[in-house]
Design a binder for this molecule. Sequence first.
Ligand code: PDD
Length: 287
Amino acid sequence: MTRTVYVNGAYVPEDEAKISVFDRGFLMADGVYEVTSVLDGKLIDFAGHAKRLERSLGELDMPHPACLPDLLDIHRELVRRNDITDGLVYLQITRGAPADRDFTFPDPATTEPTVVLFTQNKPGLADSPVAKTGIKVISIEDQRWARRDIKTVQLLFPSMGKMMAKAAGADDAWMVEDGAVTEGTSNNAYIIKNNTIITRHLGNEILHGITRAAVLRFAKEAQMKVEERSFTIKEALQADEAFITSASMFVMPVVEIDGATIGAGTPGPVAARLREIYLDESRKVAV
Ligand code: PDD
């Protein structure tokens, strides 16, 4: 089936969608993005993603597109047109396409931001069998830029990290800076020790995950202990459990780091419970 995608105000078949070769997203990775999951045809955590998008635009002094207030309608329309029950909506906004390649930002009065959205169909997204077995990660040095709190489309190093993981027979990589884990290549990283959930504190070093915020809120509501602080790979290897969170993986257990098993080497009870709570509670308030 040909997807219908959204490009600058129009819903078009994917093979008719066009972006300029001068678009700064293409030439300079001068763009921000969001990924929102869809379960039962409804958007999960939409308000959080919309808020973070506005923040990313603001941090980069990027003009807000005119359609920004309509993003919920656009997301819903794409989900409807593409008949998505379970899947993802990808959104990208770039600083637009000036007349020529130039390092300096174009005048927003003459260069409109580019807005693109498309859906990804993922039947059974929340029932992934991987959640029952867990994933394996390797540790790698974090070689990204210093403003990881802004959700930009500069994803070359995270892509390289996934390839390193694949070459090592693992599923993903946890990135390490100054001896401490920052996050996964496309997710936030957690360990659990003596029933305490430990995850890196917020700052410019990590993306402020929308799933992270929700999971920590639910954990606190369920009287679980949460510590937001740095941890090392050594500490992770001695943890009872480990897991990651993201809009596309929800809560996903990690059972191996650098070839060594975590806990029993199978998904632990805390991660499993958090996954269940997150999915249940998020579905209730999905839009
Ligand atoms: N990635 N950290 C990084 C580096 C990420 O790229 C992501 C999301 C997260 C988790 O954020 P959230 O819970 O808001 O999805 C953390 C998305 C899913 C992606 O790039 O596909």
